[in-house]
Design a protein around this ligand. Structure first.
Ligand code: ZN
Length: 90
């Protein structure tokens, strides 16, 4: 079990991706043309995590965690396991 921090979701053409803002793991990777939806709901967006939400991932399952007090991350976050990426040269 690892807790990630949802980054911004990005849709390019018919593909949606959302990565962890810290470690970059894919939280959502969906070909939107492969999604079947009930008639009349075609205009509803495919589900994604709110930006900055804490998402616990275990195996193929994931769930939203409640927001902890400011500045306190739960045990088991990727922040404790991954060194942040270096700055991108400008
Ligand atoms: Zn992460």
């Amino acid at each position: 079990m690892t807790v990630h921090i949802a980054g911004l979701d990005v849709t390019v053409s018919d593909h949606l991706r959302q990565r962890c803002a810290w470690c970059g793991i894919l939280l959502v990777d969906q070909d939107l043309t492969a999604v079947a939806v009930p008639a009349g709901t075609e205009d509803r967006p495919f589900p994604r995590w709110p930006s900055n939400a804490l998402v616990v991932v275990e195996g193929g399952a994931s769930a939203l965690l409640p927001v902890p007090p400011m500045g306190v991350l739960p045990v088991g976050t990727c922040v404790d396991q991954v060194t942040p990426a270096p700055d991108v040269p400008r």
